[in-house]
Design a protein around this ligand. Structure first.
Ligand code: CO8
Length: 255
C-alpha cells in the first residue's frame, strides 16, 4: 500500500493498493494497512476526503484466494475474517474509490463500500465468488443489491459474470465514468472539491445519506431534519451563508 497527500489536492489523502504481483488481491496484511491508514487519515483534522485507488490493470482482483484456500470455519469465525473492512464503512470522512481495470469480488466490495465510485472506462466489476464455491463476504450481497437492484445483483452473484463500465454506469453502480488516462486527476479534483467544504458538514451529509439505507423514509427524514438543525451550530454555516451574501468565496474553518 502507498500513502500520499498530493500538493495538487489540498486536504486529500490517497491510499494506493499496491500488490502488482497479485493484481492487488486483498490479503490480511493489505487490509490491515489500508484500514489503519484510512483510520489515521480520518482522525487528521487537515483531511477532508480519502481516495482509495489501485493500478491501471486492477483496482483489486478480490480477496486473496491463495490465503483463503486453507481456512477452516472456526478460524474464519474466531478471526472474523475480513471483518476489519467494516471499520472503513464507519469512518466519517468521505471515501472515494478511483477504479480502473478489475474490481472483482472483495475489490468490487471495497469500491462499493466507498461513498463515491469514480470509474475509468476500463473498469470491470463483478462478484465471481460463486465460481470458487463461496459467496461475497465483504458486504457484496447487500451493497450490490442496494446499488443496482435484485435483478442485476442476482445475475452477477449467481452467474459470476463480469460487468463492464457502461452497464455498471447504467445500473447506477458508479458515480461518474472518466477516461482511464484522467482517472486520478479527475478523482483528485472531485476529492479536493469535497475537502474544501466544511469537514463537519460533509461528515453530516454523508451520515444523512447513509441513514437512508438503515431506516424508514419517515425516520430518515426526521434524522435529516435534526442534522440540518444542528448545522446552524457550526461556524461554517455562518461563514458559508455570509460569503454568499457578500459575493465572496467562503473560508471554512471546519468548526
Ligand atoms: N487472489 C490471489 N491471487 C490472485 C487473485 C486473487 N483474488 N487474482 C489474481 N491473482 C494473481 C494470480 O494468481 C496471478 O498470480 P501468478 O502470476 O503467481 O499466477 C496474478 O495475480 C495475475 O493474475 P492472472 O495471471 O490470473 O491475470 P489475468 O489477466 O490472466 O486474469 C483475472 C485477471 C480475470 C482478474 C484473474 O486473475 C482472476 O480471475 N482472478 C480472481 C478473481 C476472483 O475470483 N475474485 C474473487 C475472489 S473471492 C473474494 O473476493 C471473496 C471476498 C469475500 C471473502 C470474505 C470472507 C469472509
Amino acid at each position: 500500500m502507498l500513502l500520499d497527500r498530493p500538493e495538487s489536492a489540498p486536504g486529500v489523502g490517497v491510499i494506493t493498493l499496491h500488490r502488482p504481483e497479485a493484481l492487488n488481491a486483498l490479503n490480511r496484511e493489505l487490509m490491515t494497512e489500508v484500514v489503519d491508514a484510512a483510520t489515521a487519515l480520518d482522525r487528521d483534522p487537515g483531511i477532508g476526503a480519502i481516495v482509495i485507488t489501485g493500478s491501471d490493470r486492477a483496482f483489486a482482483a478480490g480477496a486473496d484466494i491463495k490465503q483463503m484456500q486453507p481456512q477452516t470455519y472456526p478460524q474464519t469465525y474466531v478471526d472474523d475474517l475480513f471483518g476489519d473492512w467494516d471499520r472503513l464503512a464507519s469512518l466519517r470522512t468521505p471515501l472515494i474509490a478511483a477504479v480502473a481495470g478489475h474490481a472483482l469480488g472483495g475489490g468490487c466490495e471495497l469500491a462499493m463500500l466507498c461513498d463515491l465510485l469514480i470509474a475509468a472506462d476500463t473498469a470491470v466489476f463483478g462478484q465471481p465468488e460463486i465460481k470458487l464455491g463461496v459467496i461475497p463476504g465483504i458486504g457484496g450481497s447487500q451493497r450490490l443489491t442496494r446499488a443496482i437492484g435484485k435483478a442485476k445483483a442476482m445475475d452477477l452473484i449467481l452467474t459470476g459474470r463480469p460487468m463492464k463500465v457502461d452497464e455498471a454506469d447504467r445500473a447506477g453502480l458508479v458515480s461518474r465514468v472518466v477516461p482511464a488516462a484522467d482517472l486520478l486527476e479527475e478523482t483528485l479534483r472531485i476529492a479536493a472539491t469535497i475537502a474544501g467544504y466544511s469537514h463537519p458538514v460533509t461528515a453530516m451529509a454523508k451520515e444523512a445519506v447513509n441513514r437512508a439505507f438503515e431506516t424508514t423514509l419517515a425516520e430518515g427524514i426526521r434524522f435529516e431534519r435534526r442534522v440540518f438543525h444542528a448545522v446552524f451550530a457550526t461556524a461554517d454555516q455562518k461563514e458559508g451563508m455570509a460569503a454568499f451574501t457578500e459575493k465572496r468565496r467562503p473560508d471554512f474553518t471546519h468548526s
